[in-house]
Design a binder for this molecule. Structure first.
Ligand code: ACM
Length: 267
């Protein structure tokens, strides 16, 4: 399976420009599954709820989801990317996974970061996986990486590959934790991060690039630059994520002792 990562530099609010720039980068390669950044079409730094509702789109009928589907039909591939979702309940920080047949899955970010809490509802649906090109794929978004339960939930659901649309702002941190998440769960992980900066509310956010694909042993298979727009495609063998053994006596999932873990004192 060929996994592509796209590292873009969206201009806030310029949806048409940002989608065209991302698709143009993808045109230059061939991949089975493309991973795009969080909010790749809208930009990240919303300053008020009116801006969010102006850029939020219904899934699957909004233009960004439909344009990704059109690309996937033309190139016989799948793609996952982040967008602000408009729903009857309110707005979510979401990611859609689409392919030639249409929208395959969507995910609403469960762990919101910083001012996202002001504008978005936290995800209200459990982590889930779906099958794409012979791999079981699970979606998480950016700050979800700080919560090991995110990747662990996806691994327990059988994910071979975690796709991770991101707008990472803490240098090197998400890239390091995702290598650990991949190792501890024995999965591939593809993080598509953005570059550039935004200073729309007076506080500058610098996005850290270094989009990457890591293997089930935590090794970095490809890592992009910290500051340039670029893309890369890596061939992975999803079946390598199905052997969770660490030594002849240890298995990363079967050796868990959940009966001894206190994960929720309120339960
Ligand atoms: C983030 O979750 N966008 C840092």
């Amino acid at each position: 399976m060929r996994v592509g990562i796209v590292q873009t530099d969206p201009v806030f609010g310029e949806r048409r420009r940002n989608v065209d720039a991302a698709l143009a980068m993808m045109e230059a390669y061939s991949a089975d599954l493309w991973v795009l950044p969080e909010f790749f079409a809208s930009g990240y730094q919303f300053v008020d709820a009116r801006e969010v509702s102006g850029l939020a789109e219904p899934i699957p009928d909004g233009p960004t989801t439909q344009e990704l589907i059109t690309f996937c039909r033309a190139h016989d591939c799948h793609a996952v990317g982040g967008l602000p979702e408009a729903s009857p309940n309110g707005m979510y920080n979401s990611a859609v996974l689409v392919g030639p047949a249409g929208c395959v899955a969507s995910y609403r970010k469960i762990h919101l970061f910083g001012l996202e809490k002001r504008f978005f509802l936290p995800g209200d649906r459990p982590f889930a996986t779906c099958d794409v090109s012979g791999a079981r794929v699970g979606i998480m978004i950016c700050f979800d990486h700080v919560f090991p339960e995110s990747a662990r939930s996806l691994a327990l659901l059988g994910a071979d590959l975690i796709v991770h649309p991101s707008n990472l702002v803490l240098p090197g941190l998400g890239q390091r934790t995702m290598a650990v998440r991949a190792f501890e769960n024995g999965v591939f992980a593809a993080t598509a991060n953005r570059v550039g900066s935004e200073a729309r509310s007076g506080k500058e956010l610098r996005y850290t690039g270094e989009s990457q694909v890591v293997g089930p042993d935590g090794a970095v298979l490809v890592r992009l630059s910290p500051n340039r727009t670029e893309a890369a495609v890596v061939e992975i063998d999803p079946s390598k994520a199905r052997d969770k053994s660490l030594t002849s006596h240890n298995d990363k999932l079967a050796d868990r002792r959940p009966q001894l873990y206190t994960l929720d004192l309120t339960a």
